[in-house]
Design a protein around this ligand. Structure first.
Ligand code: UDP
Ligand code: UDP
Length: 456
């Protein structure tokens, strides 16, 4: 990529949400470290106040700079507009500013590529106008999710009603059979929702990318990987460059000569006092919240399982499970809203993960060899749960009807490696090795990334 001494420059635009930003930033760091590129990481104004964003940005190396696009007015949107619609609309309304930024980068740097993720696919127009050579769509999800999006326009035309009413699972090339209820994003479960048309519109525009960069790796979806890697006219090239997750190194080397390290989170100190592999980590990601009655079943299920637990919950309360906090004192810890998840997963006291199956959490769990109990909530989490339980075999999925007994059983099996838990634990150990293999020098992810950059 070297040319006349000027390093290649890459512009990246991340959809609001840490789950989009973190893997894109990891990609930026790799491009800088391995390929001598400089990167401008663009985010939307709606993200500017996120405290996690501020902390995170201090860990970027000097070759990766960050810019916030100017705020746009979204006040005319219905206050209950689905998150997908908000994200996509913020992107659309930011296009003029983006076009200006890209034109400026084109003038001042050797801008070789524009990378964005699926909610900003409309931004490819701005990239084309600015004369950016390569347009890459980053998929912060699986090849299964990409396959569904690629097939979505034809599925929408051929499925008469709602996906959830399909009598048979969807069978897509290389994919695990996917029950209609679990198909695609939650936004696609209701044809009358404004988010439905929007998702279909995004899917129709996917092919305007010339390359798909997917945060996945072959060990977890080998069949679909070989299908998508066969060149097909009209389909962008597909590269699996994962698993890209926030690494412990990033945080410790962030700006080591500047500030002292932040104090260690209390939950980590609590973990220090627990026996090895004895704690199940329970978290529903950055946006997940459970209805009160499900909170109660989960609380009682954890108690019934007899396992130690670390549960991240928006507002810890006993409501509905009177005395739970008191009764589980010493065995369990409820933490409000946010924990350093990677450190929790890497801690030797942690032995399993009850997760909403957000894609980043899924990858982080696999990289750290954590067997999972799958409790998907929204977005493409149900699809991830199908893949993890039916495809990879790295999770026990809870039934639709979540009751304390089934929760307790799944938690116990995963933690003790009994029943279905035995196979799950063995599989996760295997996948953990494959993930490390993919990321090592000369591994599949690094080779794929080198291939991508060569094309630039
Ligand atoms: N995360 C974290 N602490 C928390 C909750 C989430 O560090 O208490 C991080 C987590 O490690 C992951 C991201 O936030 O990298 C969440 O992304 P994911 O795709 O799993 O779920 P989402 O939050 O987008 O639903
Ligand atoms: N690759 C990929 N998708 C493609 C083409 C290549 O994932 O559509 C991967 C391929 O498996 C290899 C890497 O990218 O690991 C580099 O492949 P490329 O054909 O660009 O280079 P070469 O194999 O000729 O070095």
């Amino acid at each position: 990529m070297e040319d006349g001494g000027r390093p290649p420059h890459v512009a990246m635009l991340a959809t609001p949400g840490m789950g989009h930003l973190i893997p894109l930033a990891e990609l930026a760091k790799l491009l800088a470290a391995r390929h001598g590129a400089t990167v401008t990481l663009l985010t939307f104004a709606s993200m500017a106040s996120a405290t996690q964003l501020c902390a995170f940005l201090t860990s970027l190396p000097p070759s990766v700079s960050h810019e916030t696009l100017p705020p746009v007015d979204l006040s005319d949107l219905p206050h209950d507009a689905p998150i997908e619609a908000l994200m996509s609309e913020e992107c659309t309304r930011s296009l003029p500013a983006l076009a200006g930024t890209l034109a400026e980068l084109k003038r001042t740097t050797r801008l070789v590529a524009f990378v964005t993720d699926h909610f900003c696919v409309n931004a490819f127009d701005s990239a084309r106008d600015a004369g950016v050579g390569r347009r890459c769509l980053f998929i912060p999800g699986s090849l299964h999710a990409l396959t569904l999006m690629l097939h979505l326009p034809e599925l929408v035309a051929s499925v008469p009603g709602e996906f959830r009413d399909l009598p048979e699972p969807l069978r897509l090339p290389g994919c695990v059979p996917i029950p209609g209820l679990d198909a695609v994003f939650s936004a696609l479960q209701d044809r009358s929702s404004p988010a439905y048309g929007m998702m279909v519109h995004l899917a129709e525009r996917f092919r305007q990318a010339d390359t798909f960069l997917v945060n996945s790796f072959d060990a977890i979806e080998p069949e679909v990987a070989s299908v998508l890697r066969q060149p097909k006219p009209g389909r962008p090239l597909v590269y699996s460059i994962g698993p890209l997750i926030l690494t412990a190194e990033d945080r410790s080397t962030g700006d080591s000569d500047a500030k002292p390290p932040p104090p260690r989170a209390a939950c980590l100190e609590w973990l220090d006092r627990q026996p090895a592999r004895s704690v199940i980590f329970v978290s529903f990601g950055s946006g997940g919240a459970l209805p009160v009655e499900q909170m109660r079943e989960l609380a009682l299920g954890l108690e019934l399982s007899g396992q130690r637990f670390l549960w991240v919950v928006r507002s810890p309360t006993d409501e509905g499970s009177a005395g739970f906090i008191e009764r589980t004192k010493g065995v369990g810890l409820m933490v409000p809203s946010w924990v350093p998840q990677i450190e929790v997963l890497a801690h030797e006291a942690t032995g399993g993960f009850l997760t909403h199956c957000g894609w980043n959490s899924t990858l982080e769990s696999l990289v750290h060899g954590m067997p999972m109990v799958a409790w998907p909530l929204y977005a493409e989490q149900r699809l991830n749960a199908v893949m993890l339980s039916e495809g990879v075999g790295a999770a026990i999925r809870l039934p639709e009807m979540k009751e304390k007994e089934t929760i307790a059983e799944a938690v116990r099996e995963v933690m003790a490696g009994e029943g279905k838990g035995a196979a799950v634990r063995a599989k996760v150990a295997e996948v953990q090795k494959a993930a490390a293999e993919s990321l090592r020098e000369g591994g599949a992810a690094m080779a794929a990334l080198d291939g991508v950059v060569e094309n630039w």
